[in-house]
Design a protein around this ligand. Structure first.
Ligand code: NAP
Ligand code: MG
Length: 396
């Protein structure tokens, strides 16, 4: 069989633990038999990050700037225990954080839906994609404890602003955001909505936070009026702005199928809610969209608990679906950027076959309790067995 050729490479970022095992299996079983895979390989496994003083992570991000498409395996973000476990030189920063700082951009998280796996919210028929602003607010806030009777004032440039006198002991938070960051966020959301041909919803609490949240509202609305109104009309999609509480109520009543832009904290909280409603973190993909490139990954971590079992020789059933979709997302984007319809078509077909495998009853154990389909008996298999079943569906 002739393999599909790739003109330009994708940046391949290998990772850690159970997902590292799945990574190699996905390539060997599902991709390399069909595609003349062209990747620029970076090993972001913790051991190699430590050996390179984490230079490999920055190098991978720079490579995404050059090649525009990256596909990343889950990686360990070291804490004190990991420093001991791996004998690390230092508690290296989160690779995702490092890559995001270099590429900037917005993270979109999208649940993967298969027939038979019913969302807990029965009305949600289509995925809700969460776009989370990844800068500022409480995540960069400066916080203080303040005593009763103490005056608080804030010096901005040359002049001091009286804030308040504390009526009792308490706490104080100084949060900020930057127009440029909000503008990038807005632009990424409008562009992604056009690419996906899905409505964009956004909500803040601008009635209470008139200046701060009001700025978010104004930046989104101004950009929409100036740059996106006609494009949205032509694409047949809608931009909807509302108060965050109203938006939450509408989201619950909706049928899904839109992109929900969230301020930093809202996105942190709501993405956990959305992934839970749709089934499992193992069925959620994540893409970083920036003007510097696109980076695809699974939303879950390295599945440490399964890895320790695997090392003891025990059989594990780790769900590879989100990692498969990271590969297909990257290959589809590569195909689209290179005008390589064959490659994009292969990726599309691999996604469909993966879902069909689940719908026909073969799945990893995490999905078993969620699956219900008339006339189909579900069978739990190992991650590798699942991949082989998908592969057999690809070749028929
Ligand atoms: P995790 O790897 O997402 O796993 C948490 C639990 O969720 C697992 O123990 C498992 O539950 C279930 N799970 C997650 N993915 C699954 C899959 N594909 N198939 C089946 N079950 C799955 O989170 P964690 O254990 O908190 O973190 C482990 C490591 O991952 C940490 O070192 C962390 O730094 C890293 N991490 C990396 C990223 C990233 O690279 N993007 C993101 C998050 C965490 P059961 O054990 O009940 O089966
Ligand atoms: Mg969270």
């Amino acid at each position: 069989m002739k393999k599909i050729a790739m003109k330009n490479p994708v940046v391949e970022m290998d990772g850690d633990e159970m997902t590292r095992i799945l990574w190699t299996q996905i390539k060997e079983i599902l991709i390399e038999p069909f595609v003349g895979l062209n990747t620029e390989y970076y090993d972001l496994g913790l051991k190699h990050r430590d050996e390179t003083d984490d230079a490999v992570t920055a190098a991978a991000a720079e490579a995404i700037k050059r090649h525009k498409v990256g596909i990343k395996c889950a990686t360990i973000t070291p804490n004190a225990e990991r420093v001991k476990e791996y004998g690390l030189k230092k508690m290296w920063k989160s690779p995702n954080g490092t890559i995001r700082a270099i590429l900037d951009g917005t993270v979109f998280r999208e649940p993967i839906l298969a027939d038979g796996i019913k969302p807990i919210v029965s009305g949600w028929k289509e995925p809700i994609i969460i776009a989370r602003h990844a800068y500022g607010d409480i995540y960069r806030a400066v916080e203080f404890k303040v005593k009763k009777g103490e005056d608080v004032s804030l010096k901005i440039g040359g002049s001091a602003e009286e804030i308040m006198t504390f009526q009792g002991d308490g706490v104080l938070s100084v949060a900020h955001n930057i127009d440029g960051s909000i503008e990038n966020f807005a632009e990424n959301c409008f562009e992604y909505a056009l690419e996906k041909k899905k409505d964009l919803w956004f909500g803040t609490k601008d009635t209470i936070s008139k200046v701060y949240d009001g700025r978010f509202k104004d930046i989104f609305n101004d950009m929409f009026e100036k740059k996106y109104k006609e494009k949205f009309e032509r694409a047949g999609i809608v931009y909807f702005y509302g108060l965050i509480d109203d938006v939450v109520a509408r989201v619950m009543r909706s049928g899904g199928g839109f992109i929900w832009a969230c301020k930093n904290y809202d996105g942190d909280v709501m993405s956990d809610m959305v992934s839970t409603v749709f089934g499992s973190l193992a069925m959620m993909t994540s893409v970083l969209v920036s003007e510097n490139g696109f980076e695809y990954e699974a939303a879950h971590g390295t599945v440490t608990r399964h890895y320790y079992k695997y090392l003891k020789g025990e059989k594990t059933s780790t769900n590879p679906v989100a990692t498969i979709f990271a590969w297909t997302g990257g290959l589809k984007k590569r195909g689209e950027l290179d005008g390589n319809a064959e490659l994009a078509g292969f990726a599309e077909n691999l996604e469909k076959t993966t879902l069909k495998t689940i719908e026909n009853g073969t799945m990893t154990n995490d999905l078993l309790p969620l699956f219900k389909r008339e006339g189909i008996e579900a069978k739990g298999v190992s991650g590798e067995e699942f991949l082989r079943t998908v592969a057999s569906g690809l070749t028929v």
